[in-house]
Design a binder for this molecule. Structure first.
Ligand code: C2E
Ligand code: CA
Ligand code: CA
Ligand code: CA
Length: 278
């Protein structure tokens, strides 16, 4: 594991073009970010293609750094994963999403919030209990929380994954498989996971309207979701033609810049309260 850490460090330093001391400083800052109130969740609406209504939202973390401004997750989640800081950041994300979801629920605008779970978090035996405690602490109905898991983390230790997922399902939270199609799930394995939602990765949506192969692939993924009785969500929808194409192929729910960028809480709330349809 130490070796992995070292090569991971080099990869990070090179790819981000940052010196070792810069990285250390960033790690130090990131460690303190949750308690300093520098993390913030943005919410991206998920829209029903049949009703045009908001069916839920994905919570996406950002870091408001006092010197560097708003830092997107791609710039600090990899470091957080490498250093293990992702566990405390993930805890913060879970707590904040539940706190916010409870506020919207109490305001008679219940909306299910899905949070991204990292591999390290998912591997923790205590995760299910943490989720249960967090829901209880905020008095949030479990049906208003979703967890997004990636294929890779599910496949890593399949027996353990199935067990953890059953624990979560028993609580009543919704389980999604994120970035679907990018990993290496086979049908048989997928069948064993107690999933609710299949999220089709943006890379498939990109050319769905122009490329016959991509269209056929998306059609297959949607059919697969149907066969497994999962709700299918397409992400990264940017154009009207992509949206129409997905609708024609039977996709129920979409998420993407065409409908809305991820929004800070107040803007998402305004949109939610307006009840505006797309
Ligand atoms: P993801 O889970 O696949 O999230 C979707 C990403 O696609 C988000 O990027 C979102 O802003 C972006 N996106 C949404 N619609 C569109 C679109 O129409 N076009 C394009 N080009 N992009 C779109 P974001 O917020 O930068 O997050 C990037 C990744 O960081 C996420 O990918 C997720 O893997 C990770 N991440 C974000 N928040 C968290 C978190 O709280 N915990 C963990 N562990 N990872 C997180
Ligand atoms: Ca996600
Ligand atoms: Ca995704
Ligand atoms: Ca993605």
């Amino acid at each position: 594991a130490k070796k992995e850490g070292r090569s991971g460090f080099q990869f990070y330093a090179e790819s981000m073009n940052e010196s070792a001391s810069e990285r250390l400083r960033m790690e130090h800052d990131l460690r303190l970010a949750p308690e300093r109130g520098e993390l913030i969740l943005y919410y991206q609406p998920q829209i029903s293609l049949t009703t045009g209504e908001i069916t839920g939202a994905e919570a996406l973390v950002r870091w408001r750094h006092p010197q560097h401004g708003l830092i997107p997750p791609d710039r600090f989640i990899p470091l957080a994963e490498e250093t293990g800081l992702i566990v405390s950041i993930g805890d913060w994300v879970l707590g904040e999403a539940c706190r916010q979801a409870a506020i919207w629920s109490d305001a008679k605008r219940p909306v299910r919030i899905a949070v991204n779970v990292s591999a390290r978090q998912f591997a923790q035996e205590t995760l299910t209990r943490r989720v249960q405690e967090t829901l209880a602490a905020h008095g949030l109905d479990a049906s208003l929380l979703g967890l997004e898991l990636t294929e890779g983390m599910l496949m890593h230790n399949r027996a353990q994954s199935v067990q953890t997922m059953h624990g979560m399902k028993a609580l009543g939270v919704e389980l999604s498989v994120d970035d679907f199609g990018m990993g290496y799930s086979s049908l048989a394995y997928l069948r064993d996971f107690p999933l609710d939602v299949l999220k089709i990765d943006r890379s498939f949506v990109l050319r769905v309207a122009e490329d016959r192969t991509d269209r056929a692939l998306v059609e297959t993924l949607i059919g697969l979701g149907r066969a497994l009785e999962l709700t299918v969500v397409a992400e990264g929808v940017e154009t009207e033609s992509q949206s129409q194409c997905l609708k024609d192929l039977g996709c129920e729910i979409v998420q993407g810049y065409l409908f809305s960028r991820p929004l800070p809480p107040d803007q998402f709330e305004a949109r939610l309260l307006s009840g505006e349809r797309v």
